[in-house]
Design a protein around this ligand. Structure first.
Ligand code: AG3
Length: 286
């Protein structure tokens, strides 16, 4: 289809299905070394960031994504001190991870320095000061090369990627997951952005096939982000032991209370329930 609807941002990520968001004010539009980056203001969603025409985050619904991809592994782990974020240039993931005072170190590996600089300026509420936290080590590098080469170890690894097209593609390969496993401590957990299964089922199946071969406990859990259109979004889960997923609700409640987080999506009850999968998603499991 033509992506040209004057005054609207048209996303045509999926075959035969699209999303349109009105651009009330365009704040930024440029080509970085890696991708086309746009930010505009929308009446319902606030500020919207698109990369190559695909919505990456909006100030209105980003919490539904960032909270679930950070608090679920960290609170399930229970003693995560070192966290690795791959991608996440807008700083929203770092913000949520750093809200845990028990986290001592975060390495964030973003391929595109342009996204970081730009997000600080145009989407300051998303990083909310995270880039100034002394616990954060921001590395501008290819995430796949970083996981291959590093000898650092982590308790939790969060893959805050784009879809597997363009620069994000390598973050969905077996080789990448294999290297990721190697940098996790014994009770380590990896979580991944795995797309909207109703639209992107084969991506989920691909990651799950890799996780099944690599992790004692593997699967996915769900969140629902309105601007990731097409149904709930799957977040991949790979853990070196099944203890983290089995953490009982009262334990999660105690950890959540102890962390004193103020959240808008995450609750310990939502955390537990997020692992319950509708059959059409279960059927995508290898
Ligand atoms: N990265 C995930 C974007 C995925 C969009 N995919 C989609 N609509 N299927 C978000 C970056 C936020 N830190």
């Amino acid at each position: 289809m033509s992506n040209d609807v004057p005054g609207w941002s048209v996303e045509a990520l999926h075959d035969g299905y699209g999303q349109m968001l009105r651009e009330d004010t365009v704040l930024y539009d440029s080509q970085t070394a890696h991708q086309r980056l746009r930010v505009f203001e929308n009446a319902k969603l606030g500020r919207v960031l698109t990369l190559d025409g695909v919505v990456q985050t909006t100030t209105g619904d980003e919490y539904m994504y960032h909270e679930m991809l950070s608090h679920v592994p960290i609170l399930a782990h229970g003693a995560a001190r070192r966290v690795l974020i791959i991608g996440g240039g807008d700083g929203g993931m770092a913000r949520e991870v750093l809200r845990h005072s028990t986290v001592e170190h975060v390495t964030m590996v973003e391929i595109d320095a342009g996204v970081v600089d730009f997000s600080k300026e145009y989407l300051p509420s998303i990083s909310a000061g995270a880039f100034n936290d002394p616990r954060l080590d921001l590395v501008i590098a290819d995430g796949a090369a970083f996981v291959r080469d590093t000898d650092r170890k982590y308790d939790v690894m969060i893959v805050d990627s784009t879809d597997p097209i363009g620069p994000g593609e390598v973050l969905f390969t077996n080789t990448f997951y294999d290297h990721a496993r190697a940098l996790l401590n014994d009770d380590g957990i990896i979580v991944t952005q795995n797309g909207v299964p109703f639209m992107q089922g084969s991506e989920l199946t691909g990651t799950m096939r890799a996780f099944k071969a690599l992790f004692a406990d593997w699967g996915c859990y769900l969140t629902h982000v309105p601007t990731y259109a097409g149904g709930p979004m799957a977040l991949g889960w790979g853990a070196k032991s099944d203890a983290a997923r089995a953490t009982e609700l009262p334990v999660l409640q105690a950890r959540f209370a102890e962390a004193a987080l103020k959240t808008r999506y995450y609750t310990p009850e939502v955390h537990k329930a997020a692992f319950a999968l509708p059959n059409y998603i279960r059927e995508l499991m290898p």
